[in-house]
Design a protein around this ligand. Structure first.
Ligand SMILES: [Mn+2]
Length: 363
């Protein structure tokens, strides 16, 4: 069966036109990135607003998360001859107090359990998630990729504490949120406290995921720093996933395996990481992207120009029998009338050809 090509679509791109674009570019699978409105339009993707609202405001009670919403989403994708492989990321509204260990925690855990049961009922096999308090924060945008194509990077910024009302780099409580922290900030979170919150989350949700037949797939922390804005990070070293997987042997406890984030980790060998973790059989799907540099300074690149030999990554995956889904994650924006589309089509075409050649050459 081999490796499967997919495309991740943001919340405001979940339409038949975008699904057909993915199909036309050679993909067979869709990953639906659920929270917020990350893309302002088809042209540019919101990346970094250091001093203000992060990735923006979360939407309350988005009906897409109901049984009917997820059923209709899957039906829309299937109607185009495509497969809905995964949902990516809970909305901050769903679990801010799970991450922050706040008073709504238990009610929010119940809601997350309900979402996972609904996914099982609808038939969506993977829930990608990023158990992170600070989230993907602090990135800058610039002409970092080949030919001056605009991409994102991380350049070791000052790290103010997280204002109340924000988690996961999104505002969940606009009443309370003040970008300058005038209404207070999130207290520092130690690695031990974060681990306790994470394992409590797994203890409650893994049994639900097993019963529903849904794989929970954890994204590593991007940027992979030990702490960000005073809060610890879960997977920020080459061994980080090892500890996470060792916590529970369930095949429903897996990875949203981000090659880009893993290669941003200092002191790691990306090929060893790909080899080690693809042998576990616990990759829910792969974020296939390239980057130049490691924390605290790196820039995202086109798939074929960063520090990582992505063909070697595919060769290792093929050798270890990986037959799951790969999506481009993000790509630089290409200078034309449709920068996002062009960047994704370039990555998908490259991946399609590379996978075909590698699988053709493999015994
Ligand atoms: Mn990623």
């Amino acid at each position: 069966m081999g490796m499967q090509l997919g495309l991740g679509l943001y919340r405001n791109m979940l339409s038949p036109e975008y699904v057909r674009f993915a199909k036309q570019a050679g993909a067979t699978h869709i990953v639906a990135h659920m929270p917020g409105e990350f893309a302002r339009d088809a042209q540019t993707v919101i990346t970094a607003d250091r001093a203000d609202g992060g990735f923006g405001r979360d939407v309350s009670h988005d009906p897409i998360w109901t049984f009917e919403g997820l059923r209709d989403l899957k039906a829309m994708i299937n109607a185009e001859g495509m497969i809905l492989h995964a949902l990516e990321n809970f909305a901050p509204q769903h679990w801010y107090d799970v991450l922050l260990d706040g008073p709504q925690r238990q009610a929010q855990i119940e809601h997350l359990a309900q979402i996972i049961r609904t996914m099982g009922r609808v038939g969506i096999p993977v829930m990608g998630y990023n158990f992170s308090i600070a989230g993907v924060w602090g990135r800058v945008e610039g002409p970092f990729a080949r030919g001056g194509a605009v991409s994102v990077g991380y350049e070791d910024p000052e790290q103010p504490p997280i204002p109340h009302g924000m988690v996961w780099n999104m505002v969940y409580d606009p009443e309370r949120y003040d970008p300058n922290g005038a209404n207070g900030t999130v207290a520092p979170v130690s690695p031990e406290a974060l681990w306790a919150r994470y394992t409590a989350f797994l203890d409650e949700l893994l049994p639900v995921a097993e019963e529903a037949g849904v794989t929970l797939a954890l994204h590593p922390d991007d940027p992979p720093l030990p702490t960000l804005r005073g809060t610890a990070r879960l997977v920020h070293t080459p061994d980080g996933y090892g500890r996470v997987l060792d916590y529970h042997p369930s095949p429903r406890h897996g990875m949203e395996f981000c090659i880009g984030t893993l290669s941003e980790m200092p002191g790691g060998n990306i090929y060893d990481m790909v080899d080690r973790y693809s042998r576990t059989g616990r990759i829910g799907y792969i974020h296939f992207r390239n980057v130049r540099g490691t924390v605290p300074t790196y820039h995202e690149t086109f798939v074929d120009e960063g520090d990582t030999d992505m063909l070697e990554v595919l060769r290792i995956l093929d050798q270890n029998g990986y037959n799951g889904v790969l999506i481009p994650d993000h790509t630089p924006l290409m200078e034309c009338a449709a920068p996002w589309h062009a960047g994704m089509a370039y990555a998908l075409g490259y991946m399609r050809a590379a996978i075909t050649l590698i699988e053709r050459a493999s015994p």
